[in-house]
Design a protein around this ligand. Sequence first.
Ligand code: ADP
Length: 198
Amino acid sequence: MINIILLGPPGAGKGTQASKLEETYGIKKLSTGDMLRAEISEGTPFGKKVQSIMDSGELVPDETIIEMIAGRMERDDCAKGVIFDGFPRTVPQAEALDKMLREKGQKINAVVELSVNEEELVHRLNSRVQEMKARGEDVRGDDNEDTLRNRLKVYRHQTAPIIPYYEMNELLHKVDGMAGINDVANEIQQILNQKLAA
Ligand code: ADP
């Protein structure tokens, strides 16, 4: 059983790394962003409620997210552990996750923070959006420079404060998120293998 949190600003590559970890360790990736987008594309009343919040780059209320994750973690595919991508995003979410895991006799094994250069992220997003448009693909409602800048601000103000919380518990590991995808993946694997061997 391993539970891992991937932390880092929007566009840092958490989703990509979470998918790699899912393959390597056979544990389930839970991305709150993907779960919310699935609700939107299914056109559920819940999806309609959260769409405008997401498009503005603000956060969906804690209670909503906590309830969604708690329900999802009950499913069998989470039995071997979870890679959390995009959750927790606030101190109350981090506290709720601790409580949920404690009640199951589980804990967080490692928190990996992908550190990035914000200007480089804005540049990456702009190029990615241009490429997608050129291919005629749909671009996410929150994938534009203004919203990204707001998402970065929200990350600094509301999510970064959870970093000391995990540092205090000696769970936090910092990885250079601007390195190549495979280099980042290798570094995360080394950290986890050390943890698992300990
Ligand atoms: P990114 O990491 O690129 O910002 P996500 O897919 O993780 O994108 O999230 C997109 C949006 O979904 C966020 O800007 C926010 O509105 C909402 N969201 C996702 N996860 C959470 C969460 N844990 N708490 C609150 N809002 C969330």
